[in-house]
Write a protein that binds this ligand. Structure first.
Ligand code: AMP
Ligand code: ZN
Ligand code: FE
Ligand code: FE
Length: 278
């Protein structure tokens, strides 16, 4: 049996509802699934309820976007979604995103595209970001798919790119801990760091309270996984793993199996639970 500890839902930029994620995980034969939406825990309750109803173990989580030298993502597992340490920070992030979304919508509207901030809010239920605008551009026939829309319009330097504020890395680890969660460094190879830079990042994070590292991830080769697992052991971090499933907007990634070979064993969840004191 295997598990998937990194999945997005409609609470952020995934295309499947939290309850449907649980069904998909069951269909894929998984023993457990974690919901880790960008900067929100709003999908966790629905997923936990579906898990109880359908008999699948669901882990509540979050994926915080932060800035170090590069943009770094920190996963937080078993956070208390109602924590007074967490809620105001998430609210600040959503407000910042909303200001940015308003500006992106205005840019698109000034080019004659039928986009408005209010319509975006009506149409998408969760945390809105660049992927949602990318989806609209695909619908308008201006891009072939979401990645193409990013390349043409949404990446830094392109026409509809607007920056946003980021939570400092140390603060993100701190609030996950204050919310009773286990902080984990997400997808370490996505930051294009060499060994020395990655070690610097890990050591900095450990100084702030990091407990784990995502060692298995969609597309990571066996030699890359072995390298990350060796680093985790060296630094005394628990290992986690997941697909980063987003639904139909990233159709090459499947829940549980990623791009094909992903295999996250159940013992990783046991280690995570021990770290969470469960
Ligand atoms: P935002 O936080 O609104 O700036 O959007 C960042 C999110 O967009 C990331 O977390 C990814 O899920 C998604 N994303 C970034 N680059 C791409 C890309 N080239 N293709 C598809 N999705 C992307
Ligand atoms: Zn995403
Ligand atoms: Fe991420
Ligand atoms: Fe993710």
């Amino acid at each position: 049996m295997k598990i998937d500890l990194h999945v997005h839902t409609t609470a952020s930029d995934g295309t499947e509802s939290p309850a449907h994620i649980v069904e998909l995980a069951l269909e894929a034969g998984l023993a457990a699934v974690a919901v880790t939406d960008h900067d929100t825990a709003d999908g966790c309750r629905e997923a936990l309820e579906a898990g109880e109803r359908l008999g699948l173990e669901v882990v509540p989580g979050i994926e915080l976007s932060t800035k170090f030298h590069a943009s770094v993502h920190i996963l937080g597992y078993y956070i208390d979604a109602q924590s007074p340490h967490l809620l105001p920070v998430l609210e600040w992030m959503v407000n910042d995103r909303n200001q940015r979304n308003r500006r992106i919508a205005e840019l698109m509207a000034s080019d004659g595209l039928p986009v408005s901030y209010d319509e975006m809010q009506r149409r998408f239920s969760g945390v809105i970001g660049r992927p949602h605008f990318a989806e609209l551009l695909v619908e308008f026939g201006l891009a072939e798919d979401v990645s193409d829309a990013f390349r043409r319009f949404m990446n830094r330097g392109e026409k509809y790119y607007i920056g946003r504020s980021f939570l400092p890395l140390d603060r993100s680890i701190e609030i996950i801990l204050l919310a009773g969660g286990v902080p984990v460094l997400a997808h370490p190879f996505q930051y294009r760091m060499d060994d020395a830079e990655l070690r610097e990042l890990i050591e900095y994070c450990i100084g702030k309270g990091l407990r784990g590292m995502e060692c298995r991830y969609s597309g990571y080769r066996p030699d890359q996984v072995a390298y990350l697992e060796k680093l985790a052991a060296e630094y005394g971090l628990i290992r986690t793993g997941g697909s980063d499933f987003h639904g139909t907007s990233k159709p090459h990634i499947r829940i549980g199996s990623g791009t094909g070979a992903l295999d996250v064993p159940c013992r990783y969840l046991e280690e995570l639970k021990t770290a969470a004191g469960r």
